[in-house]
Design a protein around this ligand. Structure first.
Ligand code: AMP
Ligand code: ZN
Length: 459
């Protein structure tokens, strides 16, 4: 393949040519979910973005030569609190939430990572890293806790580009008597009766969050690997602290060569998040008739997200789903007509993806291929984005089976009312909603009353 993969590296703030440490073993780690609650569609963004990267790496280096690890955080104070609130065991909560998560990612057509390690299966590895850090003089035990000694690391803050003084001034850090430095963070902390915990050289306790990823990435990818990814909110403190732990434990200049971060999915300019309460879960969007009065296919959400570059923020709207669905309908219709066999990968498409995952550019190449009626090439390229994997006949049938006739009638009535009120922007919007649902509208004037009437059919 001629195209050179270029990736924007948060560590250097530059777009760089990607050169894997070992092209026969390209290694990618992405921080996975904390399984205390349903994942929201903001969380879907890194899942989709890094799935595209994984697919592209497999294309460039060969399927067997890429290893993708995405962890599951199943020990965390939010998990403890939620299990207590619901009166169930921690295991029951994490098993249930993880099962929904696995279904969500498969609904979004994300390939399963090669390994999905769980934090609770890596406690002894975490203890091993803490022991190394203490031995190296980068951590200290105090009062049942073990803390990372931040000032012991000369270039702490390199990823987020904050100096220690800035951090101390800006942070709302927890003041605790057992801390030597204000920015020192917890590697291990004691567990009370009833809290999950493990025996350790420092007493019965549990790991800090950052430590989990250092232990799991080390176990499955080694001391230094190629790419580490996650959402932009993870740069500080999570990734900074992962780097501190791994580098100081194993004595390297880097933990991963390339650090990639996706931008936020936003609602009215704010990050979609659990804490702000402005979230939509993947599960409710795909399985409940809640948004625009209907359920949506995972593929539609996927395309809607990929229409923006991964580092840009996206504003969440139902309109974006409607537009993505219309596009998919057109593409599937072409596949239905032409019954393609997967063709060669279009060069311009690969070049766009290799340009720091320029998915908007790659999608405009798909539009070109569709316009030219090149169904074979369209299918092949779309598949690399995790799109158009469904049976074209079934896709449409599914879309029509989802149509709720009462809802269609209601929207048609609303649209006619908007037209009578001469609110044409609204009537156009409603027409787009209906078309997006896979409904064809036929307007005609009633000869007797002179009023506009609308009939509809699926199609
Ligand atoms: P969390 O469960 O908050 O640790 O998030 C899991 C992943 O989703 C992390 O990579 C976050 O950076 C990412 N994430 C959380 N909220 C958003 C959002 N609104 N937009 C994009 N990514 C997000
Ligand atoms: Zn992590």
């Amino acid at each position: 393949m001629a195209a050179v993969l270029k990736l924007y590296n948060t560590l250097t703030r530059e777009r760089e040519n990607f050169a894997p440490i070992d092209p026969s073993r390209v290694r990618l780690y992405v921080c996975g979910p904390t399984v205390y609650d349903f994942a929201h569609i903001g969380n879907a963004r890194p899942l989709i973005v890094f799935d595209v990267l994984y697919r592209l790496l497999r294309e460039l280096y060969g399927r067997k030569h890429v290893k993708y690890v995405r962890n599951i955080t199943d020990v965390d104070d939010k998990i403890n609190a939620r299990a207590a609130e619901r009166g169930i065991s921690i295991r029951e909560l994490t098993e249930g939430t993880n099962a929904v998560f696995q279904r969500d990612v498969s609904d979004l057509n994300c390939l399963p990572p090669d390994v999905q390690p769980r934090a609770t299966d890596h406690i002894s590895e975490m203890i091993g890293i803490v022991e190394r850090l203490i031995a190296n003089g980068h951590a200290y035990a105090a009062d049942g806790h073990v803390l990372f000694d931040v000032p012991s690391m000369a270039d702490y803050g390199k990823l987020s580009r904050r100096s220690l003084d800035d951090m101390v001034a800006g942070a709302r850090v927890e003041v605790a008597p057992y801390k030597k430095g204000e920015m020192d963070f917890v590697l291990w902390k004691p567990s009370k009766e009833g809290e999950p915990g493990w025996d350790s050289p420092w007493g019965f306790g549990r790991p800090g969050w950052h430590l989990e990823c250092s232990a799991m990435s080390h176990k499955h990818l080694g001391e230094v690997f190629d790419i580490h990814g996650g959402g932009i909110d993870l740069v500080f403190p999570h990734h900074e602290n992962e780097i501190a732990q791994t580098r100081c434990a194993f004595g390297h200049d880097v933990m991963a060569n390339v650090w990639m971060h996706n931008g936020f999915l936003q609602v009215e300019g704010e990050k979609m998040s659990k804490s702000l309460g402005n979230f939509v879960t993947i599960h409710e969007l795909l399985h409940e008739e809640k948004f625009g009065g209907r359920a949506w296919k995972g593929e539609v959400l996927r395309l809607a997200m990929l229409r923006s570059h991964y580092r840009q923020p996206i504003d969440w709207t139902v309109k974006a789903l409607e537009e993505a669905e219309k596009t998919l309908q057109r593409w599937y219709a072409l596949l239905r007509d032409k019954k393609p066999a997967a063709g060669a990968l279009a060069e311009a498409f690969v070049e766009a993806l290799c340009d720091d995952l320029n998915t908007p550019g790659a999608i405009s190449e798909l539009h070109q291929l569709a316009k030219a009626g090149e169904a074979d090439a369209l299918l092949r390229a779309a598949n690399l984005l995790g799109l158009l994997h469904d049976d074209p006949a079934a896709w449409d049938a599914k879309a029509s089976a989802d149509i709720d006739a009462a809802e269609v009638e209601r929207l048609i009535e609303e649209r006619l009312a908007a037209r009578r009120a001469k609110n044409f922007a609204e009537s156009d919007r409603l027409r787009d909603v209906l078309v997006g649902m896979g409904v064809k509208l036929m307007d005609a004037k009633n000869k007797q009353t002179g009023e506009l009437e609308t009939t509809w059919e699926v199609g």
